[in-house]
Design a protein around this ligand. Sequence first.
Ligand SMILES: [Zn+2]
Length: 361
Amino acid sequence: MIPAIVLRRISVVIFVLLSLTHFGLAQSAASSAAEKPAPKVTYLLVGRLFDATSDNVRENMVITVEDERIKSVASAADLKIPPGANVIDLSQQTVLPGLIDCHTHLGSRADRYYEIYKFKATPFDHAFSGVVNARKTLEAGFTSVRDVGSEPFLAVDLRNSINEGYLVGPRIVASGPGISITGGHGDLNNYSPQTRVMMFPEERDFGIADSADQIRHVIRAQEKYGVDVIKILATGGVLSRGDSPGAAQFTFRKAFQAGVKMAFGTDAGVYPHGDNAKQFFYMVKFGMTPSQAIRAATANAADLIGRSKDVGTIEAGKYADIIAVGADPMSDVRALEHVDFVMKGGVVYKDTRSSSHAGTN
Ligand SMILES: [Zn+2]
């Protein structure tokens, strides 16, 4: 028999423990509610808005950004901005969705795209280029890219470091090395059989495959290391000998006239990073209207890279990936070569609007 006094003590102890537990739970629930920060709300006053859902431009709009996403897009006449709110005045600008380049090589330097660098460049050189080029690309107004072909697995690591907030750059849909057959576009050709620069000979640098089994193996290996997309080099490439640049222009015009849906891709890396927007001029020159060219680099591009849920237009629910230019891109698409303002995921990465505009209101 346990004496009554001891039982009472035990029950007191148990009660105290239960109370402490309950108190602890209640306290942690209360503190987690208190710790959850209020959403950061920013209002963008927009002079001219091209949201890329159509070819229309709307004037005097307000985009409400909550944390990393767009909460609403409304006419300035219909939306009352609360006093003391965080406001960015883009009333002198044309505002568009962040641009998307579906074909980049962030790890490559256009000024080092000679074969000799296959022998001279180290994986570190490619990584350094990736860091620099990612920032250049974002500051040029490209808030998303599909990076299709780099050393294993540079694009994956760059994507992860940018997502983590450690590096500045666009959202990246990452591939590994392009996969081709022995002697194909991704292989080292025209050298003696003794010449080798493979980093991963057992995996043939994750880029050469000659049979269905080998292709399965390389694709599984790429998937294992975190790629989003597989690049297959089924034909020769732009760097192959004997190609005529004029032929590509002819093909573009014919395809566009035949109603082929176009998405924007520059091959930056072969072409200087940060100059991506120079391609708009050529798209317009070969038959597109400025708004069609811009939609190719926004809504259509998002569709092509499978990210329409998150990027490509300025609509409620999408990431607040928003750019602004001073001149009117609908009358001169080259305005996009001078992006003044870049927001990605609600964070401003660039704002070089002239102080006379930036400070007013
Ligand atoms: Zn390429």
